[in-house]
Design a protein around this ligand. Structure first.
Ligand SMILES: [Zn+2]
Ligand SMILES: [Zn+2]
Length: 271
């Protein structure tokens, strides 16, 4: 009977198995306590790069600026603001995020299963992670706006950028950055994700945050394809109004709590 069960497993080798085997062979790297923070910082810079290239190109090709939704789109962000932003983020990672996430890593049990997840499992687990993170972030973000002490001590740094650009996604106080890292790690832990799904979730999370702050509304942006997504216009408006649109990705929590700024989102869009 047991032999029959083992034989039935063999034809179901997931499509992602070769990629997962490649990753598993680098276990020391994968289990490094510094990996989550380093991946978050380098992933942020790497995934912001396409938007930063567009910012540079927009200085020469004004046609690109028709996709910009930023308030001061005619005044592109200066390189000095980029570097100030990168330095602030780097300092926060160096002094807080790297040591604290490395410490938290010690409490996690290493789990690197032999079998890769199926594609359907990856999609499902990433969707669950995104929904959980979206819910945690919504309530935490709304609290930071409604409790004066939290706003001034934790969230105000992020709102120094009324006109956003991709790097702003992680331009926040050390406390806010750390809280977002913990929310993302907790979402993956609660979803009981396969490690491969978790890696892909963190990368997607970083990309979506960069896109939210990019200041661009392209026809192929995710929120144009999936109506439940708020996207860059949704979050840009939050930075302009300092209220409403508290969820990072989906709109349902803002609808339910009456904090959705739908009409105003349309007004900020440029045709
Ligand atoms: Zn923001
Ligand atoms: Zn805010």
């Amino acid at each position: 009977m047991n032999g029959t069960c083992e034989l039935t497993v063999l034809p179901q080798v997931p499509l992602l198995q070769p990629g997962w085997d490649y990753i598993r062979q680098r276990q020391e790297f994968l289990l490094s306590p510094y990996l989550p923070a380093c991946m978050a910082f380098l992933g942020h810079l790497f995934l912001c790069a396409p938007f930063l290239v567009l910012d540079v190109l927009g200085r020469r090709w004004s046609a690109l600026n028709r996709y910009r939704i930023s308030v001061n789109s005619e005044n592109p962000v200066s390189f000095s603001r980029w570097f100030e932003c990168i330095l602030r983020i780097f300092w926060n990672y160096l002094t807080c995020i790297v040591p604290v996430t490395a410490l938290l890593h010690k409490f996690r049990t290493p789990n690197l299963p032999v079998l890769a997840p199926t594609c359907a499992q990856v999609l499902w687990e990433i969707a669950v992670c995104l929904l959980l993170f979206d819910a945690f972030f919504f309530f935490w973000h709304m609290s930071m706006h409604r409790v004066s002490w939290l706003y001034h001590r934790v969230h105000r740094t992020h709102h120094q950028n009324q006109d956003t650009f991709a790097l702003v996604a992680q331009d926040a106080s050390w406390a806010e950055l750390l809280s977002l890292q913990i929310l993302a790690l907790s979402s993956a832990a609660l979803a009981c994700c396969h490690p491969l799904s978790e890696i892909l979730f963190h990368l997607l999370n970083t990309w979506l945050a960069a896109e939210d702050h990019s200041g661009y509304d392209f026809p192929w942006a995710l929120h144009r394809l999936l109506p439940m997504f708020g996207g860059a216009p949704f979050h840009q408006l939050h930075h302009q109004k300092f209220r409403g649109n508290y969820a990072p990705y989906f709109k349902h929590w803002d609808w339910l709590f009456g904090t959705y700024l739908a009409e105003e989102v349309r007004k900020t869009r440029r045709s």
